[in-house]
Design a protein around this ligand. Sequence first.
Ligand code: DOR
Length: 429
Amino acid sequence: MNGLLIKGGRVIDPASGTDGVRDVLIVDGRIAGVGTGLKANGAAVIDAKGLVVSPGFVDLHVHLREPGQEGKETIATGTRAAAKGGVTSLACMPNTVPPLDSPALIGHVLHKAATEGVVRVYPVGCISHERNGEVMADLAALREAGAVAFSDDGNAVMNALLTRRAMVNVKALGVPYVEHAEDEHLLDGGVMHEGRTSLRLGLPGRTSLAEDVIVARDLILAEAAGAHVHIAHISSAGSVALVRDARRRGIRATAEVTPHHLLLTDEAVGEFDTRCKVNPPLRDEPHRQALIAGVVDGTIQAIATDHAPHGPLDKDVEFTSAASGMVGLETLLPVCLEALVHPGHLDLPGLLARLTHLPARLFDLPGGTLDVGAPGDLCVFDEKAAWVLDARTLASRSHNTPFDGRKLTGRVVHTIVGGRVIVRDGALT
Ligand code: DOR
C-alpha cells in the first residue's frame, strides 16, 4: 500500500467542522480516512502529537515570475517556497514576460509545474492580449488550456467596455473575473498610500478612492453580466463596504486580502523602506480595521499572499522607482496568526477556513478539505513555535520581506502534497 498515516494531531478541517485529536490516512495520494485509532497497515507514519493538522493552504494569488523573470523566482523555487509556507495549491498570476495570454503559455506553465514544481499550480490567464488592457484575449482557448480564472493583475482593466465584454465571457465559461482594482488616473503617480506618512515623507500618495472606483464599476458590470467578480488584494474600507453591500444584493462578488494588509499599515514604510512598497499600498489603521471586519463577517472570504518576488536591482533603489511587492508564502501562517488569531478576531478554525476550503471554492479548485477522496494535501504546523525570520533562509529566490528579523509565532512543520512529504521537520525533502 502506498500510504501515509499522520497520527494524533489536532485535526482541523473547517469544511466539515472537524476539530479534535484524530489520525489522517492518505492512500494513493488521496484522503482515505480521518478518525481515531486508524491502523497504519504498512503505511509510513508521521507523529503529529502536539501539532495542528490542516488541509494544505490554497493561495489564490502568487507571482511565480516564470516565464521571463527567472532571476526573481521560478516555478521550482516558488512552489518550494509555497510548500515551506504550508501552501499545497496556488493560483499563479499572468503578469509574466511574456504574459500568460495564449494557450501555449498556459500549457508551458502547467508543464513546468508538473515537471519542476512541488505543489499544485493553477494558472490565471490574461484578460487582455499582451495585458495591453484593450484587446480581449481568447478566454475560451485559455480556459480550455487550463486557466482557472482571468485577470490583468498588476494593473486594473481600465477600459470598461473590455471589462463588460470579458465579464460576459467569464460568465459563459463559469470562472471568475479577478480585478486588480486601482484606477490609473486617480493614482496620479502615487507610490504609497495617500495619508499622513506620505505627507511626512514627501512622497506622492495613491488615494484609496482609486480602488473604490474600480470596485464600484466592476460590481455594476458584474451584476449586469451575471458574472462572478473577485477583487484581488482588497485594501480599502470603501471597497469592503461596496463588496459587502453588493453581496447583500445578491451580486456574485468575492474578495481576497493579503496577510500584509491585515497586519501592517503605511507607517511600516518608516524611512522609505521599499520592502513595504506594494500595490495596492499598505493603508492606515481605519482601513486595516475595515479589512479585518470584512474578513470576520465573510465579506472577504480568502486570504491570499500576493507573493511578489523582486531582487535588489528593483528594491535597493530610491522609493519612487522601486518595484512594488513583497514575498509572502513563507510567512503566511505566522502573519495571519498575529493579525487575526492572537488579537481574538478569529479562532484557529476560522482562520484555516479562509486559507483552505473557502479559497478553493472561489476558484473551484480541488483540495481545501479532508473529505474522503480529496487530494492528500496537508499542512502540519506548530501553532506555538516562536522563531525569528532570517530572509536569507527563504526557499524563494527573492528575499524582499519586511518581516526579516521579526519574531514570528507559528511554524509549518510538515507539508504533504498528494501523500508525498515535501517539507519534513521544517525542511524541504
Ligand atoms: O505589489 C504588487 N506586486 N502588486 C501587484 O499587483 C503586482 C505585484 C508584482 O507583480 O510584483
